[in-house]
Design a protein around this ligand. Structure first.
Ligand code: B1M
Length: 233
């Protein structure tokens, strides 16, 4: 074992300052160390950090760094899967906190990652934040063909249909889903919100969505605004 590895093993996360701990968590996320991420998340919360701050500064920022090295061929799929698993460990601790607003259910959303796409961290985050804002969320998971969305909206009659895509190759599938709703004459029965890193507002408009949501907080704000519009109409 190298001296550095030995140091890491012995590292007492609670002895670090906030800044040092956040930096350490970025490293631990990079290394896919789930237990350490869980511990670091809890320490920051115990120090009075808001759940959204832990999420943004420690977890999402750490994942952004992972994404850069994944893109540049420094990290590969198995390593990024471990990072994703570590991130999910932290998110599990934050989930009840993000969902604990005590708000009355203000609407229902069906959400899923589209066919061919297995990325779910961002979608899960959107689901959590929407639940926290008082929406009932039916999460269809990943890799959803149009049939899954149709079955779910039939079964649950949601106000909102949310779709997530993280790949430039899967984002066009959102249009397949929206076009199918149009063909069936039910497009206007639902507020369609789309999101995912490669999308933008122009794309959202081009495929006929009601809005593109840059992140989970924007998804919540947009959902609330669209629900208010719908109620007023
Ligand atoms: Co993937 N991957 N990946 N990957 N992966 C990206 C997306 C990529 C940008 C990496 C890179 O090259 N820099 C790249 C896509 C390039 C492109 O299409 N232009 C890529 C690639 C290429 C691939 C594979 C093809 C790699 C391969 O096999 N050679 C493969 C594809 C598999 C497939 O889906 N068929 C693949 C696989 C994987 C893993 C399985 C290893 C893993 C996913 C694990 C999981 O999700 N359970 C993975 C990961 C983790 C990433 C990166 C590193 C991180 C994604 C993430 O979780 N971000 C990603 C790089 C990146 O995006 N920086 C990358 C954190 C998350 C909080 O952000 O998902 O953007 P995000 O969600 C945000 C917003 O986008 C928005 O709100 C969220 C929260 O604020 N949002 C919504 C998202 N969905 C929404 C839905 C809404 C509203 C808002 O509905 C209303």
């Amino acid at each position: 074992m190298t001296e550095e590895e030995n140091y890491d093993d012995d590292l007492d996360l609670s002895s670090l300052s906030d800044d040092e701990l956040v930096e350490q968590m970025h490293d631990d996320l990079y290394d896919g160390l789930r237990e350490e991420i869980v511990e670091g998340t809890q320490i920051l919360l115990d120090r009075g950090w808001a759940a959204t701050r832990v999420l943004d500064d420690a977890l999402v920022e750490g994942m952004r760094i992972v994404g850069i090295d994944f893109r540049d061929g420094i990290l590969f799929v198995p390593e990024v899967l471990m990072s994703a698993n570590a991130m999910k460990g932290g998110m599990e601790i934050l989930r009840p906190l993000l969902a604990e607003t005590g708000a009355e259910p203000i609407g229902k959303m069906v959400i899923g990652t589209v066919k061919g796409d297995i990325h779910d961290i961002g979608k899960n985050l959107v689901s959590m934040m929407m639940e926290g804002a008082g929406f009932e969320v039916i999460d269809l998971g990943i890799d959803n063909p149009v049939e899954n969305y149709l079955e779910a909206i039939d079964a649950h009659q949601p106000d909102i249909l949310g779709m997530s895509a993280l790949l430039t190759t899967t984002m066009p599938y959102m249009k397949v889903v929206i076009d199918t709703l149009v063909e069936k004459g039910i497009r206007d029965d639902y507020i369609v919100l789309v999101g995912g890193a490669p999308l933008n507002e122009e794309f959202g408009a081009a495929i006929g969505a009601d809005a593109y949501c840059r992140d989970a907080a924007v998804a919540v704000e947009t959902a609330q605004a669209k629900m208010a519009e719908k109620r007023a109409a």
